[in-house]
Design a protein around this ligand. Structure first.
Ligand code: E4P
Length: 218
């Protein structure tokens, strides 16, 4: 399973890249706002900075909600850097925009997926990725992981080449379940990924190794 870092924070992207644990980055307008990136020029510059830091795909989301402007915004984003994947919301105009961008060889990530039908339509339109949101489904009392299991099964049965990015991941347990589900990618906050390293027996074992060494060597 590939890991994307779900952030627009350059320090976190640098850290994860240096550890060699990520295959790309996803952003959204809220994550950009969290970093205080405002104004079109600064936003576009920031996407280029991310691309220059990370090896792999970088999802940059359109703000438009109307077909023609989504396509022109997508073309502009894609022209910034070959690593850019244009993120498009799963609305009717968005599906049409995915079809148009795909025909121009521009890769897309269809976002805000909350049911299998939305994902299937995005895949049929040619999306490179679909992003089902686990955490936000959990937040309303539904089972986000169940959607990932359904999509892995459906895409397998119908031989879809679109990759499934498990998104809206809130914790390390979500990642472990994604690894088990067959999701192609999990896009996660950095602390959820590094949480995979934690195990009490690792900590206790390391402390014992070091104290045995200190006992004999001072
Ligand atoms: C990534 O593509 C999504 O935009 C992101 O994972 C959403 O996460 P959230 O539900 O925690 O905002």
């Amino acid at each position: 399973m590939k890991f994307f870092l779900d952030t627009a924070n350059l320090d976190q992207i640098r850290t994860a890249q240096e550890m060699g644990i990520i295959d790309g980055v996803t952003t959204n307008p809220s994550l950009m706002a969290k970093e205080g990136i405002t104004g079109e020029t600064n936003i576009l510059d920031h996407y280029v900075k991310i691309c220059n830091l990370v090896e792999g795909d970088v999802s940059a989301e359109v703000i438009s909600t109307e077909y023609k402007s989504m396509v022109s915004e997508g073309e502009k984003l894609a022209s910034l850097h070959p690593q850019i994947v244009v993120k498009i919301p799963v609305i009717a105009e968005g599906i049409k925009a995915i079809k148009a961008l795909t025909s121009k060889d521009i890769r897309t990530n269809c976002t805000l997926i909350f049911n299998p039908g939305q994902a299937l339509l995005a895949a049929k339109a040619g999306a490179s990725y679909v992003s089902p949101f686990i955490g936000r489904l959990d937040d309303i009392g539904q089972d986000g992981m169940e959607l990932i299991h359904q999509l892995v099964h459906i895409f397998d049965v119908y031989g879809m080449t679109t990759e499934i990015i498990a998104a809206s991941i809130r914790n390390t347990s979500h990642i472990l379940q994604c690894m088990d589900s067959g999701a192609h990618v999990a896009t996660c906050p950095l602390d959820a990924i590094t949480g995979l390293l934690n195990h009490p027996l690792t900590e206790a074992g390391l402390e014992k190794f070091l104290s045995d060494h200190r006992r004999l060597n001072g």
